[in-house]
Design a protein around this ligand. Structure first.
Ligand SMILES: Nc1ncnc2c1ncn2[C@@H]1O[C@H](COP(=O)(O)OP(=O)(O)OP(=O)(O)O)[C@@H](O)[C@H]1O
Ligand SMILES: [Mg+2]
Length: 469
């Protein structure tokens, strides 16, 4: 069973039900003993009455006289059964209720249980009256009735006990595990971009607060390490930028001077290209580390994203045409989004560059935008090979690339930058497969949408390939 809460509830239920059952069984034993003892006292008091009623007849008179006396005295044949045996063992008298049967005596004790034919189980006592042995027995049926009622009540209460103890156990488990859930929730929230949050530690000095303290110390160490890495990346990138620019300028100057042999010039051109690539990686790393450290403050302005999308789609159309691909753009809905166009443009161009690289010759790339129900959803879809399901989440991590033949040499930072920028806008980004084989990368930002019009008459623009030119 996965949940500790459920396990606690079951343990509590079993423990309390077993305790309840044991107490009930002990209670049953004591009540039965008490009732049997009461029957013994009743038998004895009946004997005392017989004894005083018989008087000296038992010693002096004939058995007939004794029998007559006893018959007159045992006027309650329902309650007590009496048998009087002579010293030789023969029966001198027996109540009518015995119907000719004997009460089987137990030689081991003065009080005993006996089963009398036709009357069932009885509680009997053996007493001496002069030379005679008197056995007085009372039916145990009343005791049995009481005990059966007791057992019925027990089973009913046991059922109630199981239900009540399960509920109490569940509530108890929830209360006991509340601090653990708090730890779980906080630890879940703490990520690389949120390392300053800590688990609340209760004043009580118990195992849970010790664990919370221990985890907080671990988060302290993690935060310090992350900070060091970020600072190192930011500083190293910054320090590398200036010398790199100088090297590139020098190389460009060499080419411009025109004094190089063709072979030398080609080699310098390769250097310039690689330097540009290196420069881009450094720019990307710098941007990522600033975004991670929240050192970037966005100048978010509430605006209608439609004009911005039109401008991006025009550039996208040119880029697609350059690669002999087809580009489509659709926009639906009305509203405003808090955004900084400069960064969202970079997000869209990164996504577009991936989609164009992945597209087969003549393939189509679609930019779709919808403003609906407080959400601005933008997607870029292509007809390329797509990304396997198990890799779809990883492509947003740094330096993760899925190499494919003939594809442009990338650094694997584009989508990581997209994710950082979208998250800085308070949104999220994810990838999903298209109905065909391609990939659809979607980002969603919170929006102030106009009370959306009827679904059959949406406001929107559909730019077909020809419209964008
Ligand atoms: N539309 C797509 N179709 C297929 N694979 C894609 C698509 N977009 C991204 N990928 C895969 O995800 C990987 C990561 O993409 P990302 O944009 O982060 O890096 P990159 O394009 O390789 O390099 P960079 O963008 O930094 O130049 C890519 O290498 C590619 O394998
Ligand atoms: Mg890319």
């Amino acid at each position: 069973m996965k949940s500790i809460g459920a396990r606690l509830a079951i343990c509590y239920m079993i423990a309390s039900t077993v305790t309840f059952a044991l107490l009930f069984m002990a209670g049953r034993y004591f009540i039965e003993q008490h009732a049997i003892h009461a029957l013994d006292l009743l038998n004895r008091s009946e004997f005392e009455q017989l004894k005083s009623g018989v008087g000296s007849v038992a010693d002096t008179s004939s058995t007939d006289v004794l029998r007559q006396r006893l018959r007159a005295l045992t006027d309650d044949p329902e309650l007590f059964q009496v048998e009087v045996d002579a010293p030789g063992g023969e029966v001198v008298f027996r109540s009518q209720g015995l119907d000719g049967h004997r009460i089987p005596a137990d030689p081991r004790g003065a009080v005993f249980n006996a089963v009398v034919e036709g009357l069932g189980e009885m509680r009997a006592g053996a007493f001496s009256l002069g030379p005679y042995k008197v056995i007085i027995a009372t039916s145990k049926s009343q005791v049995r009735v009481v005990m059966e009622g007791y057992e019925r009540t027990f089973y009913e209460l046991l059922l109630v006990m199981v239900v009540v103890s399960s509920v109490i156990g569940y509530a108890f488990g929830r209360i006991a595990l509340r601090p653990v859930r708090t730890i779980q929730d906080t630890a879940n929230r703490i990520r690389s971009d949120n390392l300053s949050e800590r688990i609340p530690v209760s004043a009580a000095k118990d195992e849970i607060s010790d664990l919370a303290r221990l985890l907080n110390q671990m988060f302290d160490r993690l935060e310090i390490s992350f900070d060091q890495i970020r600072r190192f990346t930011a500083e190293a990138s910054h320090e590398l930028k200036t010398p790199l620019t100088l090297v590139r300028l020098q190389a460009e100057k060499l080419v411009l001077d025109g004094q190089l042999s063709p072979a030398q010039e080609q080699s310098v051109q390769v250097q310039i290209k690689e330097l540009a690539h290196l420069n881009r990686i450094i720019e990307d790393l710098l941007l990522l580390s600033r975004a991670d450290a929240r050192a970037m403050t966005l100048d978010l302005k509430l605006q209608d994203p439609e004009p911005f999308l039109h401008s991006v789609s025009e550039d996208a159309h040119v880029l697609a045409e350059h690669r002999r691909l087809r580009f489509f753009f659709t926009h639906h809905g009305r509203g405003q989004v808090a955004m900084e166009p400069k960064w969202l443009r970079q997000v869209l161009l990164n996504l577009l560059s991936n989609a164009l690289s992945a597209s087969p010759p003549g393939g189509r790339v679609t930019l779709r935008s919808t403003l609906l129900d407080g959400l601005w959803q933008v997607s870029i879809e292509d007809e390329g090979p797509g990304v396997p399901a198990e890799q779809r989440e990883h492509i947003f991590e740094r330096f993760v690339r899925i190499p494919s033949p003939g594809e442009d040499k990338g650094t694997g930072l584009g989508l990581a930058i997209c994710r950082s920028l979208v998250e800085l806008h308070g949104g999220r980004i994810y990838a999903e497969p298209t109905p065909g084989s391609g990939l659809r990368v979607v980002f969603e930002l919170p929006a102030a949408t106009a009370s959306d019009g009827p679904a059959d008459a949406p406001h929107g623009t559909t730019l077909r390939e020809a419209d964008a030119t």
